[in-house]
Design a protein around this ligand. Structure first.
Ligand SMILES: [Zn+2]
Ligand SMILES: [Zn+2]
Length: 237
């Protein structure tokens, strides 16, 4: 049993690490094409971002691996594989529910981490990237990584989700985590500056958080920032 858990945790850590290297590496490469020289002189910072991110990969991989093992071996969690187990309209709703729950958790823990003591102990690592790069996607102090790593493994026990929709949630999480830090906006202006864009977080929004600190705390949506008066709009294009 213990061997099974350890293997699952190690495998999940490897998957998270490879996912990080491929996604951050891919968008860093895209950056070198779209904005040549944007990361010039940032090599020492990038080395630190990669180091913290790989440590975070283990912190994310362990709870995910334990839960994946329990799902396979003991039927833990509410992850389902039968498409007809819930009505089809539930598929997009479950994705939205996961994103909204993660966003809410992130907003409040992130705000808390901007208080002086937690900032000094943990969150300063993430803000040491000035400006952040595509490699900063998982650049967190271990304490901060723990707060992020438990969210999805906890949600799968509460909110039913099809395994493919869970894959979609993880893909959105990965892509937005990288692109929000890469230093340029990949989404078209017509979307970012649209009525819908008013409620979504992309690089233009999160970049402002890294510039100004005390605003734009959200992860996917601007709902909490707007409700709490912490939304300071978008960075200059
Ligand atoms: Zn950030
Ligand atoms: Zn912050």
């Amino acid at each position: 049993m213990l061997a099974g858990i350890l293997i699952s945790a190690a495998a999940m850590t490897a998957i998270v690490a490879v996912r990080y290297v491929l996604s951050s590496g891919g968008f860093a490469w895209a950056t070198s094409r779209v904005r040549p020289g944007l990361y010039r002189g940032l090599e020492p910072q990038i080395r630190k971002e990669i180091g913290w991110s790989l440590a975070s990969a283990a912190i994310y991989g362990i709870p995910a691996g334990v839960v994946a093992w329990g799902w396979q071996e003991h039927g833990w969690t509410r992850i389902y594989t039968d498409w007809s187990a819930f009505p089809l309209w539930y598929l997009p709703l479950s994705v939205l529910a996961y994103l909204a729950a993660h966003d809410t958790w992130f907003y409040w823990t992130h705000r808390l981490m901007h208080r002086p003591k937690p900032f000094r102990i943990a969150h300063a690592v993430h803000h040491a990237s000035r400006p952040p790069t595509a490699w900063a996607a998982m650049s967190f102090h271990p304490w901060e990584a723990v707060t992020g790593a438990v969210v999805i493994p906890a949600l799968v026990f509460v909110v039913p989700i099809h395994v493919a929709m869970l894959g979609l949630v993880l893909t959105i999480m990965t892509v937005m985590g990288v692109t929000n830090h890469m230093g340029w906006e990949m989404f078209p202006r017509w979307l970012v500056h649209s009525r819908l864009g008013e409620w979504l977080i992309t690089a233009s929004h999160h970049q402002r958080h890294h510039d100004l600190y005390k605003c734009n705390y959200g992860l996917y949506f601007r709902v909490w920032d707007k409700l709490c008066g912490t939304d300071r709009g978008l960075a200059r294009p």
